[in-house]
Design a binder for this molecule. Structure first.
Ligand code: HEM
Length: 292
């Protein structure tokens, strides 16, 4: 059992329990981070750009959340199937997994809020890259359960760093949330940002314990070959996240274009009629004046 101390207002791990050390180049988590740094930067830029739009438009926000929902739902489906088995991976995954970190249900609560309780609107992915991602997770981790360690690091730790930055921007965004009768902005924010919150007293402690247990389990429990496969899977996770964001952008752009061409056709036609009517009036005016 870990020794968790209470010091003042916050609960802390003692120094030697903070694992892995930042400079421990052998730790799998650190290896994943250093091998995916440039991919992280790329996806970070994509998400940040999209966030600028999502902060003003609830529809864009819920599209992005929906995309992540399918990823977490697939991971957690595969993980739970594995936790119920009793093979070599089950105890290792059990040691790392913390129920408080689960995201499928949290994302679902928010999506029900944004889609007015219409679950059928989001429960199955329909965008090709999202479908590909979900299938890849389910098939890949069923065949090689240790690949779940790539997801447990990349997808879940993302929530503590970038997720926190996003949560504070979203909470301030008044244009994002749908207005619901009789609810204050704070109440609405609470209903729509479950995805970024953890039901624990101290999120930092949860993150540290999660990282420590991940390190303790993966250090000697995996072969070097399996670790290399997990690092490759981590690269795929970043790349596929980027593809899902680009796909949503292209989808929105296509919708916007068809909206503009629709407007150009319908409103353009009306504008043409107005111009013709004005020209006809001018012609009549000149005709009348020519006899005056
Ligand atoms: C799909 C999107 C993203 C994924 C999968 C992802 C994943 C990760 C991972 C795995 C880490 C390392 C965590 C650790 O070892 O404790 C991390 C760190 C971090 N991420 Fe992201 N991230 C994403 C998007 C973002 C975005 C949009 C931002 C900025 C708003 C961001 C900012 C950060 C920061 C500041 C850190 C901490 C770096 C550090 O402690 O050295 N991330 N992210």
């Amino acid at each position: 059992m870990s020794k968790v101390q209470n010091s003042g207002a916050t609960t802390k791990l003692s120094q030697h329990e903070i694992l892995p050390a930042k400079n421990d180049i052998g730790a799998l988590a650190n290896r994943i981070n250093s091998e995916t740094r440039s991919l992280h930067d790329k996806v970070d830029k994509l998400v940040t750009l999209k966030m600028a739009l999502a902060l003003r438009d609830g529809k864009i926000y819920r599209q992005g959340l929906q995309s992540f929902y399918h990823v977490f739902a697939s991971i957690e489906k595969s993980l739970h199937a594995q936790l119920e088995k009793d093979d070599e991976w089950t105890p290792m995954l059990k040691s790392v997994w913390k129920p408080e970190i689960a995201r499928r249900e949290k994302a679902e609560q928010d999506l029900l809020f944004y889609y007015d309780d219409r679950k059928e609107k989001f429960v199955n992915p329909i965008m090709p890259e999202q479908i590909a991602f979900a299938n890849h997770i389910l098939e890949g981790t069923a065949e090689k359960p240790y690949l779940l360690f790539a997801y447990l690091h990349v997808m879940y730790l993302a929530l503590f760093a970038g997720g926190r930055i996003m949560r504070s921007s979203f909470a301030k965004a008044t244009g994002l949330f749908p207005h619901k009768n009789g609810l204050s902005h704070e109440e609405i924010v609470k209903l729509g940002t479950n995805f970024f919150t953890f039901d624990v007293a101290d999120e930092n402690l949860l993150r540290m314990i999660y990282k420590r247990d991940y390190e303790l389990v993966t250090r000697n429990g995996l072969t070097e070959e399996q670790k290399l496969e997990i690092i490759e899977e981590s690269k795929y996770i970043f790349e596929q996240n980027a593809k899902c964001i680009v796909e949503l952008e292209a989808h929105n752009m296509a919708r916007l274009k068809s909206k503009w061409s629709y407007l150009a056709v319908t409103k353009g036609y009306q504008a043409l009629l107005v111009i013709l009517a004005l020209l006809a009036l001018e012609y009549v005016r000149r005709f009348i004046y020519s006899f005056a």
